[in-house]
Design a protein around this ligand. Structure first.
Ligand code: SAM
Length: 275
C-alpha cells in the first residue's frame, strides 16, 4: 500500500510526497511534530502539518537566512537565531569566521532532539563550541536582552500557534532594542502567492521600526508556491550597498557573492506588495 503525505497549503490546494517511513509522529508541548522519510526529498521535518525542512532542499533556505545578513554586517560577532531548532541556519552561520557566539532560542526542545537524531547533516553545528542552545520563547528572550546582538535571524514557523507573536510590531521593536547600534535582522516572511497580506503587514511594521528595510527571495521547492521571501531590517547597513566583489566565496550550494544583490530584485507583483 502506498502512503502519501499531503500538506494542505490553502483550503483547496496542497503538495504531496510519497512516504517510505514514519520515524516520529507526536504532539509536543507546542505543536504536532512529524519526522518522515520521503522518496523525493529524503528526511522531512513537519510541524503542525507544514513542511519545515527536508534533506534535499534545506540548503536554499538555510543559506539564504544566514549569508545575506552576515555579509551585510561588517563585523557580525554576536548572532541570535530565534526558532531554527533543526540547526540548519546555525550550520551556515558557523561558516563565518568573524562570528564569536551564536545563541539559538527555540521554544520546542523536541525539534532540537529529533533533528539531531534524524537530520544530522542539518543539525551538525548545534554542538559547536561557539553555539549556546536555549529552549525558550524567542519573544521573551528578545525582551530580556538589550543592545547585545549584531545580527538576529528569525527562523520561525508560520504565524500560528507558538510563533504568532513573532510576526508583530512589538516583536520587531524588541529586536531593534536587542540589537547593537549598527545591528540588523532578517526573518523568513512566507510566500507572495498565498500570504500576500502577511508580507504586506510585516513590511509595514518593520518599516515603522527600522530605517533600512529590504525584501529578497529564494526558490524552496517544498515550501508553499516555491517562491519564498525574507525581510531584512537594519539600523545602518544596507545589503544593496555591499561590495559583492569583496565577499569571500564560502562552501555553499545556493548563495554566491553574485547572488547577494540579485536576490533583492523582486518580481513585479512582489515589488508592488512591499512598495
Ligand atoms: N524553515 C522553517 C519554515 O519556514 O517553514 C521553519 C523552521 S522550524 C525549525 C521553526 C522553529 O521555530 C520550530 O522549531 C519552532 O519550535 C520554533 N518556534 C516557533 N515559535 C517559537 C517561539 N515563539 N520562540 C522560539 N521558537 C519558536
Amino acid at each position: 500500500m502506498e502512503l502519501w503525505y499531503t500538506e494542505k497549503q490553502t483550503e483547496s490546494y496542497g503538495i504531496t510526497a510519497k512516504v517510505k517511513e514514519t520515524y516520529v509522529h507526536e504532539q509536543t508541548d507546542f505543536q504536532q511534530l512529524a519526522m518522515i522519510e520521503t522518496e523525493e526529498f529524503g528526511t522531512m521535518l513537519v510541524l503542525d502539518g507544514m513542511v519545515m525542512t527536508t534533506d534535499k532542499d534545506e540548503f536554499v533556505y538555510h543559506e539564504m537566512v544566514a549569508h545575506p545578513a552576515l555579509n551585510t554586517h561588517p563585523n557580525p560577532e554576536q548572532v541570535l537565531v530565534v526558532g531554527g531548532g533543526d540547526g540548519g541556519v546555525v550550520r551556515e552561520i558557523l561558516k563565518h569566521e568573524k562570528v564569536k557566539r551564536v545563541v539559538l532560542v527555540d521554544i520546542d526542545g523536541k525539534v532540537i532532539e529529533y533533528s539531531k537524531k534524524y537530520l544530522p547533516n542539518i543539525a551538525s553545528g548545534l554542538d559547536d563550541a561557539r553555539v549556546e542552545v536555549h529552549v525558550n520563547d524567542g519573544f521573551m528572550h528578545i525582551h530580556d536582552h538589550k543592545n547585545e546582538y549584531d545580527v538576529i535571524m528569525v527562523d520561525s514557523t508560520e504565524p500560528v500557534g507558538p510563533a504568532a507573536n513573532l510576526f508583530t510590531r512589538g516583536f520587531y521593536q524588541g529586536i531593534y532594542e536587542a540589537l547593537k547600534e549598527d545591528g540588523l535582522f532578517v526573518a523568513q516572511t512566507d510566500n507572495p502567492w498565498f500570504k500576500a497580506d502577511l508580507i504586506q503587514s510585516v513590511n509595514r511594521d518593520v518599516k515603522e521600526v527600522f530605517p533600512v528595510v529590504r525584501v529578497f527571495w529564494a526558490n524552496v521547492p517544498t515550501y508553499p508556491s516555491g517562491l519564498w521571501t525574507f525581510t531584512m531590517g537594519s539600523k545602518q547597513h544596507d545589503p544593496l550597498a555591499v561590495d559583492e566583489t569583496a565577499i569571500p566565496e564560502r562552501e555553499t550550494k545556493y548563495y554566491t557573492p553574485r547572488l547577494h544583490k540579485a536576490a533583492f530584485v523582486l518580481p513585479k507583483f512582489v515589488e508592488d506588495l512591499v512598495k
